[in-house]
Write a protein that binds this ligand. Structure first.
Ligand code: NAD
Length: 783
């Protein structure tokens, strides 16, 4: 028995293109510009030209940003319900025109009609429905937040309309206006969407769509009138955007590449896993950021499983994407084909086994056969690089810990798929994998209610779910932040030192690494003078080597992350209790350093803050989502890992505690640079920590030059996030710029100060969000 052809009609889509003379301008302020500086969009399945689009200029981007700015009060003035109605209309219109969208997407992108019709379109509509709901509930559910403002959004070509929905829906729901740029290969469904905006009553300037290549993206990124950039695309461009926005104060979310593991244990339902694998790596020809491109299979079943995979690959049907019975369509462009072919050739050259089923490739267009690579070393290019094509690299493991180790052996951290019939094994593995999404006995599941996004070099920020909404909002407390305080970096020596200073003793305050006092590697120390100019003590001048030791100690203290939240809370309470016991001593120290008239207030506020984050430690719970599939999705708030923290100069104790306590409450380990001006009360804390059951290595304190130490933190490969709050504008910008190397998450004070006494500014969920990252674990059920 064989399949007959089952082509989907392209008549309406071609008629729609003809109706526009196959030429498109830009959609700005609800009007179409005259097409200019045209570039072609082709059908990757046969290489024919579909239409021509406009390469936007800097002036066009300027107009789009201005229109978006003007539209902000209009859009926000409509209120949550007003916006919800418009977004609901968009969802309905997407459903109404779903077939036209699906065919147009298939023509433009080369993916099969099965996927555009059954996955992309329903999910796009679902995104608008779901977010219409968030618009409706915004004032109630996000009462402490406001919209960010004008948002620049840039997407790749692999899910053109779906990525548009993921970007535009939450932005609009929160009350932002957008300047959106589709990928240059696949802009057509965005043009059709612009028409829906007119029909749905989206006010002028709320959605602006500019087409063109990376230069247009870059113009959006660099435009000073844009308040936030949301980018999906390659890690390489994500890095450029991180660098370009450093120090600008722009909010940023990056959804980048991946090299996701697909792990099959020996007790898995192997036939189910094979089907999952098809959905994982041959979905959209593997041009999926979260494709399960690394198959990790338990050694005991390796041969049996691979035989099943090969047999299934023989049955994959590759051909015209408009044919409803095709599994594998065309690649987006010949450039992509060449990239994939080069990587597969490199595997051959390295002696790997490259297997492809007998499969006839169409003569025209851009195609690549499903491919299985075995025998690759873990360091081979095909095992490490994102291939972004229908190429699976298979490896084996023996034990669950080895599976986790292999799974995490990548710079990325987007997704993972775990196959086992043992729920306890699956739920043991899921938290151990460094990825933003884990699918148990399933793959490539998405829903608007469930956040999606990466760890490590797969980027930061989430799309979908509550956490996705927060990416498009700013906490009101941020607006209340004061101007930068004026604090001299270092108090100067007085020519006439005051005699009766109780701390004027000849001692060097040590640093604190791995639970032990440590002398600086440089063997240099610097004097710390009190407010009255008296020499209070010397402090070690920390260096790169000290930071390295501290990071190593922090990594060794990983038991803190897996400790129960209850245990962590107890330790924080204990620290508070021991600090209270020495309150007078700390108050005297603060007074001596800063000249504060009311140092007791700072100590009491620090004790209260410790209580505050101890209270949060076991209450910052995740969520259980119920997406429209049979199962639940558990959104876990996980620790970020090792965080480098540069403390404010002012409030030397409270600033330190306000940053360290939330970080460790949620299971992070920290390397902290205390106030450069007044470091002693932080260094004194080691005595408190030592008596409070805080495991060595959870908090490490390195004193010294904040700029130099911050630079080392931001460039250190084993640090996951850097926070800088010492009031140095240039220093904050530098941290953001340097963090691009490994795409660390950053939280910087930037151009404003912070009232460390204010619970709103120095506490709350917004701070806890910096100390955590959301992992969504999909758990299907049913038999
Ligand atoms: P790309 O980074 O080259 O392009 C993505 C978008 O960025 C395009 O619109 C492009 O025009 C624009 N762009 C290019 N240079 C720019 C610059 N300097 N400044 C601003 N914008 C610029 O990526 P691609 O090759 O189109 O897409 C494939 C990549 O996207 C893969 O790495 C894939 O993993 C990633 N991706 C990630 C996700 C996710 O959610 N994490 C989803 C889909 C795709």
């Amino acid at each position: 028995m064989d399949y007959g052809p089952a082509p989907e009609s392209q008549k309406e889509a071609q008629a729609w293109l003809d109706g526009h003379q196959r030429t498109f301008g830009l959609f700005i302020d609800n009007a179409w510009s005259e097409p200019a500086e045209l570039f072609a969009s082709t059908n990757p399945a046969d290489g024919t030209q579909l239409a021509e689009l406009t390469q936007a200029t800097d002036a066009d981007v300027e107009r789009a940003v201005a229109a978006a700015r003007r539209a902000l009060p209009v859009w926000q003035g409509m209120g949550g319900h007003g916006r919800a109605k418009v977004m609901y209309a968009l969802a309905r219109l997407l459903q109404k025109h779903a077939r036209l969208f699906a065919v147009l997407e298939t023509l433009d992108n080369g993916k099969t009609i099965r996927e555009t019709r059954d996955i992309d379109l329903p999910l796009a509509a679902r995104h608008f429905y779901h977010h219409a709901g968030w618009a409706q509930l915004q004032s109630e559910e996000f009462a402490d937040y406001r919209a960010v403002g004008v948002v620049g959004q840039i997407v790749p070509w692999n899910f053109p309309l779906l990525m548009l929905s993921w970007k535009i829906a939450p932005a609009l729901a929160a009350g932002n206006t957008v300047v959106f740029k589709p990928a240059e290969f696949t802009s057509l469904t965005a043009m059709l969407f612009a028409e829906l905006c007119l029909q749905a009553g989206v006010p002028a300037g709320v959605v602006n769509i500019v087409t063109g290549d990376g230069r247009v993206g870059s113009a959006i990124v660099n435009h000073p009138g844009v308040d936030k950039i949301a980018f999906t695309g390659s890690t390489e461009v994500g890095r450029l955007i991180r660098i370009a926005t450093a120090g600008s104060g722009k909010k940023l979310s990056l959804e980048l590449g991946g090299k996701s593991p697909f792990i099959v244990f020996e007790d898995a339902d192997l036939d189910g896993a094979v089907e999952g694998l098809v959905d994982s790596i041959w979905f959209n020809q593997g041009q999926v950021c979260c494709a399960g491109s690394r198959l990790l299979v338990q050694e005991s079943i390796q041969e049996r499983f691979l035989n099943k995979v090969r047999a299934r690959m023989e049955n994959l049907r590759l051909g015209s994407p408009l044919d409803k019975s095709m599994d594998v369509g065309a690649l987006v462009d010949p450039v992509q084909r060449q990239r994939i072919a080069a990587l597969v050739d490199s595997a051959r050259a390295e002696g790997c086994n490259v297997w492809q089923p007998a499969c006839e490739l169409p003569a025209d267009g851009s195609w690549f056969p499903p491919t299985l690579i075995t025998g690759a070393s873990t360091s081979a290019a095909v095992a490490q690089a994102e291939i972004f094509g229908p190429v699976l690299v298979a490896m084996s493991f023996r034990t669950p810990p080895e599976a986790v180790q292999l799974a995490n052996n990548t710079v990325y951290g987007l997704a993972a798929s775990v196959w086992t019939e043992s729920i306890s094994l699956a739920l043991d593995i899921a938290p151990a994998i460094k990825a933003g999404v884990v699918w148990i006995n399933s793959a490539n599941q998405f829903d608007a209610a469930c956040g999606f996004g990466g760890y490590r070099e797969s980027g930061f920020g989430r799309e979908g779910g509550r956490e996705g909404m927060l990416e498009y909002m700013t906490a009101l407390a941020e607006d209340a932040r004061p101007a930068l305080p004026v604090v001299e970096a270092k108090a100067k020596a007085n020519v006439k030192p005051a005699a009766a200073d109780p701390f004027a003793i000849d001692r060097t305050a040590k640093m604190y690494i791995g639970g032990k006092q440590a002398r600086p590697d440089s063997a240099y120390s610097a004097p710390v003078f009190g407010a009255n100019g008296a020499l209070l003590a010397e402090v070690g001048v920390g260096s790169r080597k000290d930071i390295r030791n501290a990071v190593e100690a922090a990594h060794k203290a990983s038991g803190w992350t897996s400790a129960t939240a209850h245990n962590r809370a107890q330790v924080l309470y204990y620290i508070a209790e021991n600090l209270a016991a020495r309150a007078d001593e700390f108050a005297a120290r603060i007074a001596a350093m800063t000249g504060s008239k009311n140092p007791e207030k700072e100590v009491q506020a620090s004790i209260e803050r410790l209580f505050y984050y101890a209270a949060w430690a076991d209450k910052y719970d995740g969520l259980a989502h119920q997406p429209p599939t049979k199962g639940i999705t558990v959104a876990l708030n996980e620790a970020v890992g090792v965080i480098g923290i540069v403390c404010p100069n002012e409030a030397p104790l409270l600033g330190f505690i306000s940053l360290v306590a939330p970080a460790i409450a949620l299971g992070n380990r920290v390397v902290v640079v205390p106030s450069e001006a007044h470091p002693l009360s932080a260094l004194d804390l080691y005595q408190v920590f030592d008596t409070s059951d805080l495991p060595g290595g959870v908090v490490n304190i390195i004193s010294g030059n904040a700029d130099e130490l911050a630079r080392t933190l931001a460039t250190h490969a084993d640090i996951d996030a850097v926070w800088r709050h010492d009031g140095s504008l240039d220093g904050c910008a530098e941290v953001e710029r340097l963090s691009a190397g490994t795409l660390k998450r950053t939280w910087v004070g930037g151009a404003k100060g912070r009232d460390w006494y204010s619970a709103a500014q120095s506490g709350g969920r917004a701070v806890l969000a910096h100390a955590s990252q959301v992992k969504n674990v999909w758990i299907p059920y049913g038999v």
